[in-house]
Ligand binder design. Structure first.
Ligand SMILES: [Fe+2]
Length: 209
């Protein structure tokens, strides 16, 4: 085996360990992974990136109280179509607060300032990212979702949305969700599972092309 093959074997093993099992067969057969489908950006990407925009959306600088809502850890790995982890990818998320209001002047509601609303981080050498945030809630006309924007040098920027497996009924009625093919829905939908008393956990792995 040459270096490239060894690296690939290691990568496949790591991906399986990280929960990439649906992609394992494709990688083993030397097939490219499908790029994560894009989805509408929507009107609420921040006008200005807030100064507090770290990956803990439940801790806001200057706020003593934490936001109400259901704690969720959202994490995953960003890879290319060969399955190679992409380090230094910038992952941004934004979502409404527990009351369904975005931190955006275009949203009529009053946002809960105890919730950060937007967060960003750069992936590690292993391509990993994670956010401490709220389990998304529905708001008028939309099923729960978290907006994502992912960029890395040499790749197309991805704007998409993560949906919640446990919201099958609302998802089925959501006009944006319905636009996706069944295969795309699988890629964009993750289970928000209770891991322990700490909260919910959801894994969303992302392929850039
Ligand atoms: Fe939205």
């Amino acid at each position: 085996m040459n270096d490239r093959q060894i690296q690939r074997r290691r990568m496949i093993a790591a991906m399986v360990a990280a929960g990439f099992s649906p992609w394992n067969r494709l990688l083993a057969e030397d097939k490219l992974l499908p790029v994560t489908p894009s989805d509408a950006e929507g009107p609420f990407y921040p006008v200005d990136i807030p100064s507090d925009s770290d990956n803990n959306l439940l801790r806001v600088v200057g706020m003593r109280d934490t936001s109400p809502g259901q704690l969720a850890y959202v994490h995953g790995t960003v890879v290319d179509q060969q399955g190679t982890p992409i380090d230094n990818a910038r992952v941004e998320i934004w979502q409404c607060d527990h009351g369904g209001v975005y931190h955006h002047p275009g949203d009529d509601g009053k946002p809960d300032l105890r919730f950060q609303g937007f967060g960003a981080m750069v992936t590690s050498r292993a391509g990993a990212y994670h956010f401490r945030t709220l389990r998304p809630v529905p708001y008028t006309g939309r099923t729960p979702h978290i907006h994502y924007r992912v960029s890395a040098p040499g790749f197309n920027r991805l704007t998409t949305q993560l949906y919640v497996t446990e919201e099958a009924e609302r998802n089925a009625r959501d006009s944006l969700y319905k636009r996706h093919s069944p295969a795309e829905r699988v890629q964009l939908t993750s289970s928000f599972r209770t891991v322990d008393d700490a909260g919910l956990m959801a894994e969303f792995n992302i392929v850039l092309g």
